[in-house]
Design a protein around this ligand. Structure first.
Ligand code: SF4
Length: 476
């Protein structure tokens, strides 16, 4: 006889609910505790700035810090003179020019400037710089190689990257596009990608002539810097192309100057109109942004992103994993949860690109692998970022766990991209200072470098051959 199935008795309405585990103390939900109030009054130059002025995006742009003298003027005696000297020589060596909004400056803990995660991303200090890995190049993703017209990279079959301009509301030390973004520095003469309608016309013509292109990323530089009429022009021109199905406007703006979304009505209206028009045409227009650390999200950010959410605009985040910034499980979990609280999808976390002058910010591939494992499971799957390595040499984004070979001793990992560039290997290199002294010595020798690279490629090739042989045996 079948054992009768026991069905639990539904509790009566007046019975207390039996919790299976105790509820968490609400005060421990750190992702909901956002910095609020006049926090900018901590900065001597902004002590008398009222809220209305601070929230004005034009005031933020006008008072942006662009050189060590302006930094000194803003911070005065908050940091000692030797720190300013360190910054001045950091600037001289950096491939990126500096640009820091008053908002961002106010979020940095100037009592601990060397360890602050925001200072590390935006303000270079010479004393902390490390020598570049010998395999670093200026355009490590080879965006220019895959550009049929200046400022348009067509690498993936159905997607293109349109670099509409070469300026941003902030300049990040670690920018992948340091070959073009910002003004020339002592160490780099930039490729010019000015926001001219002539250059754009050639990009539009190319896009319209490629029926396989469906998805355009409008970046730069940064879409925040586009004028409202330029947002409309680019958005509407692309929407009118029958082949285009998806448009993403990329901007770091919400992370570094969220008040623009609250006070630049013309810009937000222009974006909203493109999004609404796209929806009517059954095409998706979204905003892609770039928060790296939970401290970048304040009560102002929440208010600004709520405004964007009310308008039905989808926002996705692309973070970069960085040493001393967000390379701990706790920080990354908090970032992911805080983004979710602001209705931002934490879409990607990138392995740091092989960018010149920021070796102190790169992590090993293993760091990324370890953090990914602990972030997955913290929240819903659709709010969990995919950790990727943008394969140097133009392989595109590869999931961090999908390497063909990873030698943790030499720090060389090998990726393939069968649907982007079949038959090619793409190599990523862990930062030299994380390797053993013996390995660091080998990397100083060009002959040894080639041996280590060849060895990694051979092992990846042997693994692929073994896999292909195994699958052909299975098919027999
Ligand atoms: S906002 Fe983006 S494009 Fe501009 S400097 Fe930063 S990383 Fe580069």
């Amino acid at each position: 006889m079948d054992t009768p199935i026991k069905i639990g008795r539904a509790p009566a309405h007046d019975e207390p609910i039996q919790h299976l585990k105790p509820p968490v103390d609400e005060t421990t939900l750190a992702h909901k505790r956002l910095l609020d109030g006049a926090f900018w009054h901590r900065i001597p130059a902004y002590r008398s700035v009222d809220e209305q002025t601070f929230l004005d995006h034009s005031w933020q742009a006008k008072n942006t810090i662009t050189n060590p003298q302006k930094l000194l003027f803003a911070l005065q005696d908050l940091v000692p003179q030797d720190f300013y000297d360190d910054v001045a020589s950091g600037f001289a060596k950096a491939p990126m020019s500096i640009r820091v909004s008053p908002y961002l400056l106010s979020l940095i803990d100037w009592a601990n400037p060397y360890t602050d995660p925001l200072r590390r991303q935006f303000v270079p200090v010479a004393s902390r710089l490390l020598p570049d890995h010998p395999k670093l190049t200026l355009d490590s993703l080879h965006e220019q190689e895959d550009a049929p017209v200046p400022g348009l990279t067509h690498r993936y079959p159905d997607k293109a990257l349109f670099l509409a301009l070469d300026t941003c509301p902030v300049y990040c030390r670690f920018c992948t596009r340091s070959y073009a973004v910002g003004v020339d520095t002592d160490s780099v003469d930039k490729v010019s990608l000015k926001a001219t309608e002539d250059r754009w016309a050639r990009a539009f013509q190319y896009i319209s002539e490629r029926p396989e292109l469906e998805d355009i990323v409008v970046s730069g530089g940064d879409s925040y810097q586009l004028k409202a009429r330029q947002v409309s022009l680019i958005g509407n021109t692309l929407l009118e192309m029958p082949n285009i199905q998806r448009i993403r406007f990329a901007t770091k703006g919400p992370a570094v100057m969220p008040m623009k979304l609250l006070t630049d009505h013309e810009w937000l209206d222009a974006l909203t109109n493109v999004v609404d028009r796209g929806r009517k045409l059954h095409k998706e227009v979204v905003l892609h942004t770039h928060f790296n650390h939970p401290n970048e999200i304040t009560a102002i950010t929440k208010k600004a992103l709520d405004r964007v959410f009310e308008r039905g605009i989808i926002v996705r985040n692309q973070a970069v994993l960085q040493r001393g910034v967000n390379d701990t499980v706790e920080t990354m979990q908090l970032l992911v949860k805080r983004l979710g609280y602001c209705n931002v999808h934490p879409y990607y976390v990138y392995q740091h690109d092989l960018v010149k002058g920021v070796e102190d910010l790169r992590t090993t591939l293993q760091t990324s692998i370890d953090i990914e494992k602990s972030v997955r499971g913290t929240t819903a799957g659709f709010h969990t970022p995919t950790f990727v390595c943008d394969a140097p040499g133009g392989g595109g984004k590869r999931v961090i766990h999908s390497y063909e070979h990873y030698d943790r001793e030499t720090g060389v990992s090998v990726f393939t991209a069968p649907s982007v560039k079949p038959g090619k290997f793409f190599l990523y290199y862990d930062p030299i200072d994380t390797l053993s002294p013996e390995m660091q010595k080998r990397w100083m020798d060009p002959i040894e470098q080639e041996k280590m690279i060849e060895d990694a490629a051979n092992k990846a090739g042997a693994k692929l051959d073994a896999r292909a042989a195994a699958s052909s045996i299975q098919r027999l």
